[in-house]
Design a protein around this ligand. Sequence first.
Ligand SMILES: Cc1ncc(COP(=O)(O)O)c(C=O)c1O
Length: 458
Amino acid sequence: MSERSSQQAPDSDPVQGTTGSGVLFERARAVMPSGYTRNMLVTKPYPHYAVHADGCLITDADGRTRIDWVNNFASLIHGHNKREVVDTIAAQASRLLSATMPTEWEILLAELLVERIASVEQVRFMNSGTEANLMAIKAARAYSGRSKVAKLEGGYHGQYDLLEASYLPTPAQWGERENPSVIAHNLGTPQSLLDELVLFPLNDIAQMQATLERHASEVGAVIIDPVGLSLGTGVYARPEFIEALRETTAKLKIVLIFDEVWSLRGGYRGTQGELGIQPDLTTMGKMIGGGLPIGAVGGSSEVMSVFSVENGEPAVKHSGTFTGNPMSMAAGFVAMSLMTPDAFNALAAQGERLEEGLSRALYDTRTEGHVVNRGSMTNLLFTPHTPVDYRELYTQQTPERASLARRMQKLAAAEGLHVLRNMFVGSTAISVAHVDQTIDAVTRALVRAKRGEDGEGA
Ligand SMILES: Cc1ncc(COP(=O)(O)O)c(C=O)c1O
């Protein structure tokens, strides 16, 4: 036994989960800043450590089992341990984990995406949504010959520092609506980088057009999540806004990137298929990896030719040690193959049932708020109406509403639900009975929240 492992608590067992979350967190705090390696998981006083899962049920190190409505932030379209996916992963793990050679799996997954997504003729794979967006920006710059990038104020596209800017600006920072200030998301972000970003508000066609026209000679790419602001906010883009964005970018010869890292779950042909609008480039991730790390950029052969090596040095150099690794490619191919049009329809029906039930729960408990749903994504919002853009989302978020939203997450956990940001991400593993159980649990949590209870571990 190494010196290091002999220091571990004797009853620790990551497979059986014999040590409680509180004890695990104490160990984590000693070796990771604040005890975390993923800020999304920050929970007071400590996170629930996962031990195992089955279908839509996840069990923590304290022996509590909950219905998983997070699905690893919208990546597990089949919930946990889908038999066909697990069997494929197990077989591939004994055959070949990774190699500096391509495998047929990457062709199979690329063929599947090309067949489904009308705007995608060719694909390149990466290992995360962040990396996909980084490569898409490089591709758009090389193709357009212009370096600036435009995005929504409040838009989220992963951890690339250019795209993180102005993800969560405050009123004191954000400046004039007609000319929003670009605000660094991290201390130390160079001003030269921030100067490369241009912002426009969601759902304001005139403002978007004016902004892009003003910067047309410098902006090479616009990136947008075609569903709306960002995952978890429930703030949607009006279809006519996305349509106008497509027309404006085409007119100004700006590469339009749809970030479909999570929104590809919006339909068999992605959210773009539902909208009937084709971007120049599409970035993907999450669900297309079947539960393993993945990212992808796809688009027309013409735009994707910036990656081509046939005529010597490519315009954009792309490689990566784990790029196209057979584990993610195989898991993704099998998981996506199981997502037939019928499977997407069933997920949409699940979302509608949940939306109806959660709306009823709000009504029955006389709680201010409303529920929004798109396919497999349902959000419980404690605001009087759906905000149209980031600034309205921010200003509607009074301290009382923010406190209710925070307490609800904890009370939902106490009532047997694993939920983040009051967002319910569907999966094929969730049955009608689980949906109904969830509606009852949310109703109980709302009653407790109104009584002023503070939830688990508070
Ligand atoms: C729209 C969008 N783009 C990009 C990302 C980043 O993906 P990843 O976490 O795989 O880097 C996310 C993650 O939530 C996302 O929602």
